[in-house]
Design a protein around this ligand. Structure first.
Ligand code: PLP
Length: 404
């Protein structure tokens, strides 16, 4: 029996903790860049589970390796060896230049691991007072206590205070304030190369220069939070490479498992040297299923032309979005790179997101006035054109309503 949306909503409203403000739709099936709801209606998915379903829905190769692994061995724990952690980690090292990987299950866990490893590094150096962090206004790093402590939004933080002590937030448009915030107590600076939840805002070259300068002068570690930007999303393996940053640690998640919950903290050789058995761990982290899926995703990205596809598709996407911005005054800016794009609006983005969904296109709102677009990395050019056409119609209808 197929449940209707109303059935699902009724049961959920009774039993599920209402931590999410959901849109009125339930999906039952997907294929490539398309999703199908309980009524069989088709949608173009330009949010891909918030940057997660990197290979699109029901990718035949990913489906096959997951099915085969599920039928063979799902999980044994980190008490024992299996081959897939090293397979995925070797690929991550090749792609990033960072020496070693710790596997976990989400972006927030990856950030937690990076914060802990940064403290562990200084502890090992005998600098036990270097425990503090510098983060950016607008940052989002997750919802667990450590990552929430380096997330800026008061709405997320205030009900859960006190958070980690010694976190200083600086305005990303003020490199001087970043330099001033770093003291002899600072363990690390953490920053997303492009702020995702913060409105698709890349770091400025001035801020990048300030991070590089202060880190090299003081030894302060830099943690690149690439949970959203990493793994090909921007057309580069990682966006720190585009900006010229030199991370000692990096948090990854989202795209890595192609839809399975896989996170990773990557460490430079210098930081890796200070971590030993027992310093950190996770029951599920690095399980066979997740890391096999991650290894498969990385093969697609590195050996099967996916990265080059994102570069081409990303350029096309940008052209289409810039053309929309020229036509519709409600769009005041286009930001981002590759297949991570934001349309800055002059108004709240909610009506646009709703109208797009009603027209059959899934996008989302971030930082109130930004429409965020994160299609699958496999998205076809024809679907980019379709999505641009739908957005064109949505903005045209909005302009008519405003005039009435
Ligand atoms: C940059 C960044 N870091 C960390 C996280 C947290 O990841 P997760 O939701 O998998 O815990 C997110 C999630 O949106 C993110 O965008």
């Amino acid at each position: 029996m197929t449940l209707t949306l109303d059935d699902i909503r009724a049961r959920e409203s009774r039993y599920v903790l209402p931590t999410y403000k959901r849109q009125p739709v339930a999906f039952v099936r997907g294929s490539g860049s398309r999703l199908y709801d309980t009524d069989g209606r088709e949608y173009l998915d330009f949010i891909s589970g918030i940057g997660v379903t990197s290979l699109g829905h029901a990718h035949p190769g990913l489906t096959a390796v997951i099915a085969e692994q599920a039928a063979t061995l799902l999980h044994t724990s980190n008490l024992y060896y299996h081959p897939f952690q090293a397979e995925a980690a070797a690929r991550l090292a090749q792609l990033s230049g960072l020496a070693r990987t710790f596997f976990c299950n989400s972006g927030t866990e990856a950030v937690e691991a990076c914060l802990k490893f940064a403290r562990r590094y200084w502890y090992t150096q005998g600098a036990t007072s270097r425990t503090e962090f510098v983060a950016l206004e607008g940052a989002f790093a997750g919802r667990t206590f450590g990552s929430l402590s380096v997330t800026h939004d008061e709405h997320y933080r205030a009900p859960f205070a006190p958070l980690l002590a010694g976190v200083t937030f600086v305005d990303p448009s003020r490199p001087d304030s970043l330099v001033a915030a770093v003291t002899d107590r600072t363990a690390a600076i953490i920053a997303e190369p492009i702020q995702g939840e913060g409105g698709i805002r890349p770091l400025t070259p001035q801020l990048v220069a300030a991070i590089n300068d202060v880190c090299s002068r003081t030894g302060t570690l830099y943690i690149a939070d690439e949970v959203q930007t990493g793994l090909g999303r921007t057309g580069a393996p990682f966006y720190f490479q585009v900006l010229g940053l030199n991370p000692d640690l990096m948090s990854l998640g989202k795209a890595l498992g192609g839809g399975l919950p896989v996170g990773a903290a990557l460490l430079s050789e210098r930081v890796s040297q200070t971590i030993s058995a027992g310093d950190h761990g996770s029951t599920y982290g690095g399980n066979l299923l997740g890391t096999r899926a991650a290894a498969f995703f990385l093969t697609q990205l590195m050996d099967q032309g996916l990265l080059e596809h994102v570069q081409r598709a990303g350029e096309h996407f940008e052209r289409r979005l810039r053309a929309l911005a020229l036509k519709h005054p409600a769009i005041t800016g286009v930001r981002g790179a590759g297949l991570m794009r934001g349309l800055q609006l002059s108004m709240d983005a909610t009506p646009v997101v709703d109208a797009a969904r009603e027209a059959g296109l899934l996008v989302n709102r971030t930082d109130e006035k930004v429409v965020r677009l994160l299609p699958p990395l496999t998205v076809e050019t024809a679907d980019i054109d379709r999505a641009a056409g739908m957005l064109d119609a949505v903005f045209a209808a909005h302009a008519r309503e405003v005039q009435v």
